[in-house]
Design a protein around this ligand. Structure first.
Ligand SMILES: C[S@@+](CC[C@H](N)C(=O)[O-])C[C@H]1O[C@@H](n2cnc3c(N)ncnc32)[C@H](O)[C@@H]1O
Length: 175
């Protein structure tokens, strides 16, 4: 009985933590956590030509799935920025379980430099596009490739477009 009560208490605390942190994250970013499908990553990295000489940054890396899979398929150096605490912590736990070398940064990606990225991956939201383009043009080196899932960014120079196996649209830009 005691074990059951302790288990129930831990479960309730965890659930409250996730709900509160998801709510606060959404209040701050206005972008809900919606994960990219894992099956879309391998075709994407092949199409983009990402390899182990590249650095890939993910803006809003959620549970880390995308950075872990890009690292696994390409050997690229990967870095994710995430401001919702529960998804960030979940990603950190997965990093230690899997032995990934991904760098996971907790915080607002606008407050960090994107200068070292060869590729920027994002699955964000249309109202953010002007500010994302402005920061990319200021921070990124010429030649940096930017990939936006589902939402186009008319403020950037588009070089490619494709659909993933799950039917999602991928917009590819270059600085
Ligand atoms: C639609 S989810 C995508 C998650 C992950 N990129 C994926 O594709 O599986 C967008 C994520 O971006 C995060 N996010 C939005 N704006 C952010 C910001 N300014 N700084 C850090 N993270 C942000 C949200 O918290 C959310 O987890």
């Amino acid at each position: 009985m005691l074990i059951f009560l302790i288990g129930f208490l831990i479960f309730t605390i965890l659930l409250l933590f996730i709900i509160t942190s998801a709510f606060l994250g959404f209040l701050f970013t206005r972008v809900p956590f919606v994960p990219t499908g894992g099956a879309d990553i391998e075709p994407m990295v092949k199409r983009l030509g990402i390899n182990n000489t590249h650095q890939v940054f993910e803006l809003g890396s959620g549970n880390g799935k995308v950075v872990f899979l890009i690292e696994k398929y390409t050997g690229a150096k990967v870095k994710g920025f995430e401001s919702t605490l529960w998804t960030h912590l979940w990603a950190v736990i997965k990093k230690y379980i899997t032995g990934s070398k991904a760098e996971l940064v907790y915080g607002n990606f606008y407050k960090h430099s994107w200068q070292d990225a060869d590729f920027l991956y994002m699955y964000l939201y249309p109202p953010l596009m002007p500010q994302l383009a402005e920061k990319a043009k200021t921070d990124c080196r010429p030649g940096t490739t930017i990939v936006s899932r589902d939402f186009p960014n008319s403020h950037l120079n588009q070089i490619d477009y494709f659909k993933t196996p799950s039917g999602h649209e991928m917009y590819v830009y270059q600085i």
